[in-house]
Design a binder for this molecule. Structure first.
Ligand code: DHK
Length: 143
């Protein structure tokens, strides 16, 4: 059995379901976690969310030693955090950057991602279903 896939979620995603549903949909983060676990099947996953940049970076460090792949929705830290970029640069496995909304259709300050520079792939605009697509793709990458 390969090491777990880390599914990491950034700030404000704990408010999914009530947060701007016209942009982020009605699924809660618990719904998203259920979706990921059913898609992962017998592949272990670590599903986490934090509003803290430090915590997100520490989970990336943990995944460097204990994870096979990282699926990350860095939320607003996508566009601000060089520290997260530096942490992800150290990860030896595949990284899938994920956004529920299509950030490229939104305000200009959502167009430049620091994470895309170190990501294997980017998924944006598929809603919560993007997480299922990311799990399927990651299972293939870590096979
Ligand atoms: C989530 C956020 O919180 C925003 O900061 C990003 C991303 C988009 C998402 O679509 O999942 O811009």
């Amino acid at each position: 059995m390969s090491k777990p896939i880390y599914v990491l979620n950034g700030p404000n995603l704990n408010r999914l379901g009530t947060r701007e549903p016209h942009i982020y949909g009605n699924d809660t983060l618990a719904d998203v976690e259920r979706l990921c676990r059913s898609e992962a099947g017998n592949q272990a996953i670590e599903f986490r969310q934090t509003n803290s940049e430090t915590q997100l970076i520490e989970w990336v460090h943990e995944a460097i030693d204990a994870g096979s792949g990282i699926i990350i929705n860095p939320a607003a830290y996508t566009f601000t955090s060089l520290a997260l970029f530096d942490a992800l640069k150290m990860f030896p496995g595949p990284i899938i950057e994920l956004h529920i909304s299509n950030i490229h259709k939104r305000e200009a300050f959502y167009h430049h991602s620091y994470v895309s520079k170190v990501a294997t792939a980017v998924i944006a605009g598929l809603g919560a279903k993007g997480y299922a697509a990311a799990i399927r793709a990651m299972r293939d990458l870590v096979k």
